[in-house]
Design a protein around this ligand. Structure first.
Ligand SMILES: Cc1cc2nc3c(=O)[nH]c(=O)nc-3n(C[C@H](O)[C@H](O)[C@H](O)COP(=O)(O)O)c2cc1C
Length: 396
């Protein structure tokens, strides 16, 4: 995901620039952030239109091409600096690159509550009809007392603050995805016709001449292809296993795995339990069926949407939490795109896991506790956990 980070200060040295540079460096596996400066942007003047100048056109094109924008604003006299206001005036005069663009606001300043008031003002400005940005609600990341916040390598010193920043960024990624769906030509309309869920087509690996809906599709299809089984060796990349070993190996995975090909045909699941003991029940006779026969019609649109994200390369993985398993489990369905060596989409690996035991193990190993969000919604102060005692303590 490609983001641009706009430094809201025109100063030679800026803590807000440091903050964006830290985000770009520290979270590069999560997002690709290009930091843009406003130092050379002239003061807005309605009588002297400089929209076509190189510096404003560069900002314009970078914003248009980005999936989202992070604006890091300082606080001057409880508001945003005039330099940032001026840039936003250029970007709402003859050009409107922020129109409909997902925006996340962050800010750094000297005060404890620093940038909270400028962030509020910035929200209002971005909401003006000439700008019309789509600003992420909540998730107010404010870095107060900024003169003490960075170490000598320009990294944020406080781990909890970095973790909260990460959670805000992850929230922004989700927000961008939701905004994209809302703004797509299809919007939230039924998109089930974008995918052939009845698998009426055929791809190179489709086993022809076998009824996909047959209960014994696996047996018929293996006869037809003379599929190997048992102790026959199969050469893989990289290794050799017998078919039995592959089965045992896949069944030992700590997740329920399902393979559906790019023709939307359900080809395989790692049958380690009966349907009644699975988090996402599958039955042996379903294998071979088109996906339409594995799901109720009311979810066709959602299934099609997920497949489209993966097929079109918009996402490599789409995740969803299914909260119907009670408070002791945290069940996540991950829809992972399977691509070949040429990066062509060849199907979905849906893996279903209860990640609660992993979370519990992690907390036990690191001596941390979940603090229910980690941030005081009123003051914005982060809640810390004393790593020795495990007790929660509040930042002032
Ligand atoms: C004119 C002026 C007004 C300021 N007003 C505030 C303020 O209202 N609240 C605050 O926390 N800091 C205020 N500051 C201090 C800024 O937080 C500080 O200059 C900060 O470094 C600006 O961000 P930057 O380093 O990214 O440019 C003010 C600074 C200036 C120059």
């Amino acid at each position: 995901m490609k983001l641009v980070g706009i430094v809201g200060s025109n100063a030679e040295f800026s803590y807000n620039r440091l903050l964006l540079q830290f985000i770009a460096k520290h979270f590069k596996k999560l997002v690709d952030v290009e930091v843009l400066d406003i130092k050379d942007v002239p003061m807005f003047n309605q009588s002297d239109d400089q929209t076509d100048s190189e510096v404003i056109q560069l900002l314009n094109s970078k914003i248009v091409e980005a999936d989202g924008v992070i604006i890091a604003t300082p606080e001057y006299n409880h508001s945003i600096p005039s330099a940032l206001q001026s840039v936003l005036e250029w970007l709402s005069f003859n050009i409107h690159p922020l129109d409909g663009k997902p925006v996340m606001i962050v800010g750094a300043s000297y005060d404890v509550q620093g940038s909270s008031r400028s962030q509020l003002h910035l929200r209002q400005v971005l909401d003006a009809p000439g700008i019309n940005a789509v600003v992420m609600p909540g998730n107010e990341f404010l870095l107060g007392e900024v003169q003490q916040a960075f170490d000598e390598d320009n990294n944020l010193k406080d781990q909890q603050t970095t973790q909260f920043l990460e959670s805000c960024l992850k929230q922004f990624i989700r927000f961008i995805n939701v905004v994209n769906v809302l703004q797509s030509p299809d919007g939230m309309k039924d998109v089930s016709d974008t995918e052939d869920l009845y698998a009426t087509g055929s791809i190179d690996t489709t086993i022809e001449g076998v009824d996909k809906s047959a209960d014994d599709w696996v047996e018929q299809a293996s006869d037809k292809t003379q599929a190997v089984e048992g102790d026959t060796y199969v050469k893989l990349d990289r290794g050799i296993l017998t078919v039995d070993q592959i089965n045992h190996f896949l069944n030992s995975m700590p997740a329920e795995l399902t393979y559906a090909d790019s023709n939307n045909q359900f080809l395989y699941y790692n049958r380690k339990f009966g349907a009644e003991d699975m988090l996402a029940p599958r039955r042996p006779e379903q294998v071979g069926s088109p996906l339409a026969e594995c799901h109720p019609e009311r979810v066709y649109s959602g299934v099609s949407w997920v497949i489209q994200q993966l097929r079109n390369g918009k996402e490599d993985v789409v995740r969803t939490h299914v909260p119907t398993h009670g408070p002791d489990k945290f069940v996540v369905h991950s829809y992972q795109a399977i691509r070949d060596q040429g990066d062509q989409y060849i199907g979905i690996n849906e893996y279903v896991q209860d990640i609660q035991p992993i979370i519990d193990w992690y907390l036990e190993q690191t001596g941390q506790q979940l603090t229910g969000g980690g941030v005081d919604a009123v003051s914005g102060a982060t809640t810390k956990v004393d790593t020795v005692s495990g007790a929660t303590v509040k930042d002032s």
